[in-house]
Ligand binder design. Structure first.
Ligand SMILES: Nc1nc2c(ncn2[C@@H]2O[C@H](COP(=O)(O)OP(=O)(O)O)[C@@H](O)[C@H]2O)c(=O)[nH]1
Ligand SMILES: [Mg+2]
Length: 322
């Protein structure tokens, strides 16, 4: 066999393997996300420890702002974040009586006392303001935020990390952008907090290897999924109720890469997306396992593109949940 025919047969084998891999990806994929919840996840405890049913995102909004806090083993980091957020929200309410809010802490199957810690805030402030959604099974950050959003009453929905890495008062920056930006004809829009302006500084603090990984990650996201957003991963994002129901009922990724899936869907639906620089402090105790989580996210992002491209993941326009 000469060199050319050997090369040709190698290419043939590679194509064959790639096709088989694509077929396996397509066939092993569930077309629609699992939006179900266990019975116990439909209720919260009020300040009298009575069981109450969460409302649905299909109901009309009845408060101005819902803050969704995904929390996994956060008994230690959560109090600082809650204190800061509540100081801001209460201050604002004092100034403007018509301002109404709720905070929903979603305990994503924690093994520590996250639920009890969060419930103590409900006992103090009342369940009109603070609610705890305790998931029976760990879903991942995206899955937890989804269920929090589906239980929320806000006209606007913000999600914020439990470790208080973002300065809560920067919410006003997101809110101003949201109020000024053009929504689509169904009042859908998303505003992302952004740490892109801090990149230079973080490169100075990071090892060369982590910088390469970060740049590589940005490139893969840009190349395959989301363009025009500098920081897709920031855990501080504001959505209109109409955007939240459509995006989160189509979201397929429940783990770290869920932001990329959410923004990919926003671009698919032509939902306007804004980005605003915010303050950010890295807080000790990150749950991301450096290299492992990055590889997992990279794999998820390649699969997002592939699965939507193959039609293995379906997207629906209907914006109400069953
Ligand atoms: N729901 C859920 N949230 C998680 C999980 N792991 C981390 N989080 C939350 O995601 C947010 C950011 O997590 P963190 O560990 O600070 O990540 P980092 O800031 O990106 O390094 C926090 O609110 C965590 O509680 C998880 O498995 N499930
Ligand atoms: Mg953090």
């Amino acid at each position: 066999m000469d060199l050319l025919s050997m090369l040709l047969s190698l290419v043939g084998v590679a194509i064959f393997i790639a096709v088989i891999a694509l077929i396996i990806v397509a066939m092993s994929t569930k077309p629609y996300p699992d939006l179900g919840r266990y019975d116990s996840e439909k209720y919260f405890l009020n300040e009298k420890q009575e069981k109450c049913l969460f409302p649905s995102i299909n109901d009309p909004a009845s408060v101005e702002l819902s803050v969704i806090v995904p929390a996994y083993n956060e008994e230690e980091r959560l109090p600082m974040m809650m204190d800061e957020a509540l100081e801001y929200l209460e201050e604002r309410k004092k100034k403007l009586k018509s301002f109404t809010y709720e905070v929903i802490v979603v305990d994503d199957g924690s093994k520590d006392k996250t639920t009890q810690t969060a419930q103590s805030y409900c006992n103090k402030y009342g369940s009109d303001k603070i609610r705890v959604l305790t998931l029976a099974k760990n879903r991942g950050k995206g899955g937890a935020i989804r269920l929090g959003m589906f239980s929320a009453r806000g006209r606007y929905l913000l999600f914020a990390d439990a470790d208080g890495a973002s300065k809560f008062s920067d919410f006003t920056k997101l809110e101003n952008e949201m109020k000024n930006m053009k929504k689509d004809s169904s009042n859908r829009a998303v505003v992302c907090g952004s740490r892109a302006h801090l990149e230079e500084e973080s490169i100075a603090q990071r090892s060369f290897f982590r910088t390469i990984l970060m740049k590589g990650f940005h490139f893969v996201v840009w190349f395959l999924c989301v363009r025009g957003i500098k920081d897709t991963q920031c855990g501080f994002k504001l959505l209109t109720r109409e955007a939240a129901v459509l995006l989160f009922s189509n979201l397929h990724v429940e783990r770290w890469a869920f932001d990329v899936d959410m923004l990919f869907l926003a671009q698919y639906f032509n939902i306007p997306v804004g980005e605003v620089a915010i303050n950010w402090t890295e807080i000790e105790g990150s749950k991301m396992v450096p290299v492992f989580s990055w590889i997992q996210m990279g794999k998820d992002i390649i699969l997002i593109r592939l699965r939507y491209f193959l039609g293995a993941w379906k997207i629906t326009e209907k914006s109400k949940l069953e």
